[in-house]
Design a protein around this ligand. Structure first.
Ligand SMILES: NC(=O)c1ccc[n+]([C@@H]2O[C@H](COP(=O)([O-])OP(=O)(O)OC[C@H]3O[C@@H](n4cnc5c(N)ncnc54)[C@H](OP(=O)(O)O)[C@@H]3O)[C@@H](O)[C@H]2O)c1
Length: 254
C-alpha cells in the first residue's frame, strides 16, 4: 500500500498539502493527522484518493508511540511524509503559559522528529520528507521566541537529515515561508502577549507556498522559499549580525 502521511492536515498548509498531493500523486491512501476529526473529515472530502483520518494529539508521547505501532502493524510504503503540525504563541517568553511552551516543543520538535524516525523504515528510494520550518528558523525572534527556536531545530534537523538520506534516494526539504494566511496567526495571537506582534506584512496564501514546496522537494532541494520576504530574510540572516537582525524584527513587528 503506497501512502502519503500529512500531519496538520485539518487546516492551513497541511490541508493544502493534502489537496495538492492528491492531485499530483498516484497513491492508495492519504493519511491525515491532527486533533480535530471534523476538520480532517472536511479535508478528506476534498480528496479523490482514499484517506484515513487519524485524530491524534501529537503533543503526547503515548499518541506518537501508538502511531509508530500502527505503522509497524500495517507496514505501508510511505511515499511522502509532510510534517505540517505546529503552532506558535506571541508574547514575552516569561508570560507565555508554561504548558504552551512545553506543547510547542512537543509538537514542533518532538513530534516532527518522532514522525521522521517512525516513517523511515517504511521509506525507500524515491520517498520524500517535507518538514515545515520557517524563515524564523534562521533568526531569533523576540516575542515569538520559543516558536522561532523550535523552527531553528526543524531547520537544522532537516538539513542534517537531507544529507544523511540523500544517498538512500530520499529527499528531505525544509520549507521556510514568511507569514502565511492560515489559522496560525489567530492561534499565535490567542495569548496574553498578543500585542507584542501586531504587524504581519508580506503575508502570502498557502497555495503557492505549498506548490513551491512540492516542486523544490521533487527536485531534491534542501530548502524551499516562496516570495520576496522569505527569500530576503534568508539572505539577510547570512549577512547581518544577529543583534541587527533582531533590531529589524523589533521595528516591523508592531
Ligand atoms: N502560517 C504561517 O505564517 C507560518 C509561517 C511559517 C511556518 N509555518 C508553519 O507551518 C506549519 C503549518 O501551520 P499553518 O500555517 O498551516 O497553521 P494552522 O492552519 O494553524 O495549522 C496547524 C496545524 O497543526 C495542527 N496541530 C496543532 N497542534 C497539534 C497537536 N497538538 N496535535 C496534532 N496536530 C496539531 C492543527 O490541527 P488541530 O488543531 O486539528 O490539531 C493544524 O492542522 C506549522 O508548523 C507552522 O509553524 C506557518
Amino acid at each position: 500500500m503506497k501512502i502519503a502521511i500529512i500531519t496538520g492536515a485539518s487546516s492551513g498548509l497541511g490541508k493544502e498539502f493534502a489537496i495538492q498531493i492528491d492531485r499530483q500523486e498516484k497513491l492508495d491512501e492519504i493519511w491525515l493527522i491532527a486533533r480535530d476529526r471534523g476538520a480532517l473529515s472536511l479535508t478528506a472530502s476534498a480528496l479523490r484518493t482514499k484517506s484515513r483520518i487519524i485524530d491524534l494529539d501529537l503533543s503526547k508521547q503515548e499518541n506518537r508511540d501508538s502511531f509508530s505501532n500502527l505503522l509497524k502493524t500495517e507496514a505501508p510504503y510511505i511515499k511522502i511524509l509532510v510534517n505540517a503540525a505546529g503552532f506558535g504563541k506571541i508574547g514575552a517568553t516569561e508570560i507565555i503559559a508554561k504548558q504552551d511552551i512545553k506543547d510547542m516543543i512537543e509538537v514542533n520538535i518532538c513530534a516532527l522528529t518522532d514522525m521522521c524516525l517512525a516513517a523511515r523504515p517504511f521509506m525507500h528510494a524515491g520517498s520524500r520528507i517535507i518538514n515545515m520550518a520557517s524563515v524564523s528558523g534562521f533568526i531569533p525572534l523576540p516575542y515569538l521566541n520559543v516558536y522561532a527556536a523550535t523552527k531553528a531545530f526543524v531547520l537544522r534537523f532537516s538539513q542534517g537529515l537531507h544529507d544523511e538520506l540523500k544517498s538512500k534516494g530520499i529527499a528531505v526539504t525544509a520549507v521556510c515561508p514568511y507569514w502565511v494566511d492560515t489559522n496560525f496567526i489567530p492561534v499565535a495571537k490567542n495569548s496574553p502577549g498578543a500585542k507584542s506582534v501586531t504587524n504581519f506584512p508580506f503575508i502570502t496564501k498557502a497555495q503557492p507556498v505549498v506548490q513551491r514546496a512540492l516542486c523544490d522537494n521533487r527536485k531534491g532541494n534542501i530548502h524551499s522559499f516562496f516570495g520576496f520576504a522569505s527569500n530576503t530574510v534568508h539572505v539577510l540572516a547570512h549577512i547581518m549580525p544577529v543583534c541587527a537582525q533582531m533590531a529589524v524584527w523589533n521595528m516591523i513587528r508592531r
